[in-house]
Design a binder for this molecule. Structure first.
Ligand code: HEM
Length: 513
């Protein structure tokens, strides 16, 4: 037994060293021309060699493999991967035969900070926790609280900051700003406490950075043989060491928020509506499960919206006609407000839009969805195979195989979106007369997942993004600085590796009445 453990350790070590060697070489050469499956080492060298460019690499490989392929891990690892972005396979995996494709037990190990919460479980536990979250997130008072938190942060945080940057003509990192904004408005309805990342002091973002670390190391843990990352965790080295520090930071953050919430004596009040109040008296949610669930709420809202909006503004910066079309759609809302107002006829003041103003705006929604097509916050989804099965594409998968589905590649397949898939074109989401949103099935547009594990917060998310997008687009002109390399970071979250430096100008003479 000890001999086999030692042998396993040596093989893992060798694979690790070889992998690091290839990584260093490929960083120097910037090459992405490895074959997918190597003898003995399987797909590991090509994966590691293309880590700097992973999403594009997976997209290229899938585009040249009829949207699906089987690959192998190193010989000793027994790892088999099925990678796909074929809509028919996606429908099969997420809906028709979804019981055969759970997240799997190792998913809970990979995202151990949320272990036991809905994010990591399947089966009965998933059914119960999902039902609970659905009822919390469909409560009109919760929806209204979440919208008002975003609105407050737009009016009191985002807009004053942008006005300052416009007045002083200062360039800033939009991704950093949105990260602060999304962190605050996500945490507020969970704990009834404003963490204040988007305030004039711009405090350090330790907890937000720890969440980024969970997602970055989460990706490495998904593509590496488990023995590799577990060895690094045991040795407390490399990314695993940083992750351990990130976990401590997040635990501390949740504890601090709970203390601040407690000091407000909210649990004595009957009508408290925050997320904590929905769980705190439930004996099923012991301290660990409660903490994991609260972190899941933070991840679900902050990570997704925080990484979507920078890509949205990046797309707008390259497509000024879309900016004009959004402003055209917003104009009647502003005019009707102006006509309703009796005291002011100043057309140049800042306008912040209420959820009711924005519900019916289909072009703005289409522009957001089109950005999510090209830049889905979760670029890779992982499932495991329970029983041997045959995919609609004809590929055979075996019990224990890992399935990787790429929403990033799916949004870029010519076979799904046509020859103009590269173009950012909100019109593809609209009916011919432009008045209604077109129905696009979720197995062709996977940004919000598909089937029984579909995102529960989709409508809330769209509203929160509309609130921020409308205020920024209406009140400011934005320009992306030249000479930046805009590319995805290596993470489960599609963030920009180097941020997004922009300048803004306050719009003048917005409406000629
Ligand atoms: C742009 C915004 C958003 C996108 C693109 C998005 C996307 C997704 C995706 C892809 C999943 C599946 C994750 C997985 O199973 O691994 C998911 C699940 C989930 N989302 Fe969202 N989400 C967004 C915003 C939100 C917001 C604002 C909330 C809460 C207010 C939310 C709540 C949830 C919950 C609770 C789940 C877990 C469902 C389950 O595991 O069964 N999401 N979301």
């Amino acid at each position: 037994m000890a001999f086999y453990a030692f042998q396993g350790f040596i093989i893992t070590l060798l694979v690790l060293l070889l992998t690091l060697h290839i990584l260093v070489k490929s960083r120097r050469s910037k090459s992405s021309s490895f074959p997918v499956d190597w003898p003995i080492l399987g797909m590991l060298p090509s994966l590691v060699g293309n880590l700097h460019n992973l999403q594009e690499y997976v997209t290229d490989v899938l585009a040249t493999s009829s949207s699906s392929l089987l690959a192998h891990g190193p010989l000793a690892s027994g790892m088999r991967l099925f990678v796909t972005c074929d809509p028919e396979n996606i429908r099969h995996i997420f809906t028709t035969n979804h019981a055969n494709y759970p997240k799997g037990e190792d998913f809970g190990e990979i995202f151990d900070i949320m272990q036991g919460s809905l994010f990591t479980v399947d089966g009965e536990s998933c059914r119960r926790q999902r039902g609970r979250m659905k009822s919390i997130l469909s409560n009109p008072r919760m929806i209204s609280l979440m919208s008002s938190c975003s609105l407050e942060k737009v009016a009191k945080g985002l807009v004053p900051f942008l006005t300052r940057m416009a007045t002083t003509r200062t360039a800033f990192d939009l991704q950093d700003l949105i990260a602060r904004f999304a962190f605050d408005f996500t945490v507020m309805p969970i704990f009834s406490v404003d963490p204040g990342l988007l305030s004039s002091e711009m405090p350090p973002m330790d907890a937000a950075e720890a969440m980024d670390m969970v997602m970055a190391v989460g990706l490495l843990r998904q593509v590496m043989p488990a023995s590799c990352w577990k060895l690094m965790r045991w040795l407390n080295t490399g990314p695993e060491k940083k992750l351990a520090a990130g976990h401590s930071t997040l635990y501390r953050f949740v504890m601090e928020m709970m203390e601040k919430r407690k000091a407000k004596n909210l649990d004595k009040e009957q009508d408290t509506v925050d997320v904590v109040s929905s769980y705190i008296h439930d004996p099923e949610f012991n301290d660990d499960l409660l903490r994991a669930t609260l972190i899941l709420y933070m991840v679900a809202g902050r990570d997704t919206i925080g990484s979507s909006l920078p890509w949205f503004f990046y797309n707008l910066a390259k497509n000024s006609h879309v900016v004009s079309a959004i402003r055209k759609e917003l104009t009647p809302v502003v005019l009707s407000r102006k006509h309703a107002a009796t005291t002011s006829n100043d057309t140049n003041t800042i306008v912040v839009f209420e959820p009711e103003d924005l519900k019916a705006l289909v072009y703005l929604q289409a522009a957001l969805l089109e950005s999510l097509r090209l830049y889905p916050p979760g670029p890779i989804v992982r499932k495991t195979v329970l029983k041997d099965d045959v995919m609609p594409s004809g590929h055979e998968v075996r019990s224990g195989d890992t399935v990787l589905i790429s929403p990033y590649a799916l949004g870029r397949m010519e076979s799904v979106w046509g020859k103009d898939w590269r173009d950012y074109r909100p019109e593809r989401w609209l009916s011919d007369n432009g008045l209604k949103l077109r129905y696009v099935p979720s197995h062709k547009f996977l940004a919000f997942n598909s089937g029984p594990r579909m995102c529960i917060g989709k409508d809330i998310a769209i509203m929160q993004m509309k609130i921020a997008a409308a205020a920024i687009v209406w009140n400011f002109d934005m320009e992306v600085l030249g000479k930046q390399t805009i590319e995805p970071k290596l993470s489960c979250l599609l963030q920009m590796k180097n941020g997004l430096m922009v300048t803004v100008n306050k719009r003048e003479e917005i409406i000629q009445v």
